[in-house]
Ligand binder design. Structure first.
Ligand code: MRU
Length: 363
């Protein structure tokens, strides 16, 4: 099985997702600006995977620091956090991860002791924390899968958009994690993968990882989804998310909104699978979610080949927002939320708090 991302003594190792499915190449990034560039250029992508990469980027930056005192290290930390935070604006997991690493950094520097000892402690604690972010992400996805699998019927076909699988996370996947869990329970589930213009995460990545797992997958172009829904070939839609607002509005890969409206028209349940780290309770609605605008060249060209006339204008919003009224349920590691989301999402965070309190009591 492939590893999307891992921490090694040489640096952060990632599978280069820009080259899949043609080539399975792993690259090691040895500095934090290199990790930032890997996120920006989508060598690694998908909200939870971006979160893991951000945590590892911060840990790598601190590990490589030559700061001679705590004040110097603090100032370097700000530069590192700022560089990582400016890579991609929509996936809230990135900011969640930087915040978590900052808290660990402050813990390491707090208390008594010599400055050199504090610096060493910060390096070790951040390295451990980044690896914990990765390990927890996989556990969270497995839990999400168990909750979500109950929603899928035997012998059903699920439509997904973009890639919300092992490649988009530390492993196992969110939307594809639900499919994997249902298959592990013995259900026959097959997947229709929207190709997902313009970066083709569906055709290139979802199809690649499902085929590797032996889960039946059929690639369709984005504009075929309505046709197959109308023909009753699709029983459920499951997608991931980059950010979910407090009212349940969901930002996900451009085209998700269209799929949600089509699902509603055809009375097909539309599920979103995402960890609590993707839910941003600070934003009241999806209108406040920043939408990344990527280069128009990713629309007018494919791997250097021009597919639109020269000098014609193009737009490339990378995400759209699906209003919560189209979302049948949000599947998380702590359970399933349904409308009214303002209450149900808050309740899941409370549940998570209680779980953490009892886990700490056991330790
Ligand atoms: O631009 P990308 O490939 O990073 O967009 C990814 C998505 O939109 C995914 O659906 C989302 O991050 C969820 S991944 C589990």
């Amino acid at each position: 099985m492939f590893k999307t991302i891992e921490w090694t003594s040489d640096g952060v190792r990632m599978i280069d997702q820009t080259l899949l499915p043609g080539e399975e190449i792993y690259r090691t990034y040895r500095t934090y600006p290199e990790v930032a560039e890997a996120i920006r250029s989508m060598v690694i992508r998908g909200a939870p995977a971006i979160g893991v990469a951000a945590a590892m980027g911060v840990a790598l930056g601190v590990k490589n620091s030559r700061a001679k005192n705590v004040a110097e290290l603090r100032s370097e930390f700000e530069t590192i956090a700022d560089t990582i935070s400016k890579t991609r604006p929509t996936a809230v997991n990135l900011f969640w991860a930087v915040k978590r690493m900052r808290a660990k950094f402050e813990d390491a520097l707090a208390g008594a002791g010599l400055e050199a000892g504090k610096i060493d402690r910060a390096k070790t604690l951040l390295e451990d924390e980044a690896q914990r972010v990765l390990a927890e992400d996989i556990t969270v996805n497995e839990a999400m899968g168990r909750h979500g699998a109950a929603l899928l019927k035997d012998s059903s076909t699920v439509l997904t958009h973009c890639n919300a699988g092992a490649l988009a996370t530390g492993g196992y996947g969110t939307a594809l994690g639900v499919v994997r869990a249902a298959v592990e329970e013995g259900k026959k589930v097959s997947v229709f993968a929207d190709e997902t213009r313009p970066f083709l995460q569906g055709a290139r990545l979802t199809a690649w990882e499902l085929a590797k797992d032996g889960i039946p997958v059929t690639v369709i172009t984005d504009n075929m989804a309505g046709h197959f829904m109308k023909q009753s070939k699709i029983q459920a839609v499951i997608v991931g998310a980059d950010r979910i607002a407090a009212n349940g509005d969901v930002a996900n890969k451009i085209g998700t909104y269209t799929v949600a409206v089509l699902a509603s028209e055809n009375k097909i349940p539309f599920y979103v699978a995402a960890p609590l780290s993707t839910i941003d309770l600070e934003l009241a609605s999806g209108d406040e979610i920043p939408i990344e605008e990527r280069s128009p060249e990713e629309v007018t060209h494919w791997r250097g080949i021009q597919t639109a006339p020269e000098n014609v204008s193009a737009r490339h919003p990378a995400f759209d927002v699906t209003p919560s009224r189209y979302v049948t349920a949000i599947i998380t590691e702590c359970g399933i939320a349904r409308n009214p989301y303002t209450e149900s999402l808050k309740a899941l965070f409370e549940e998570q708090g209680e779980q953490q309190t009892s886990a700490n009591a056991v330790r």
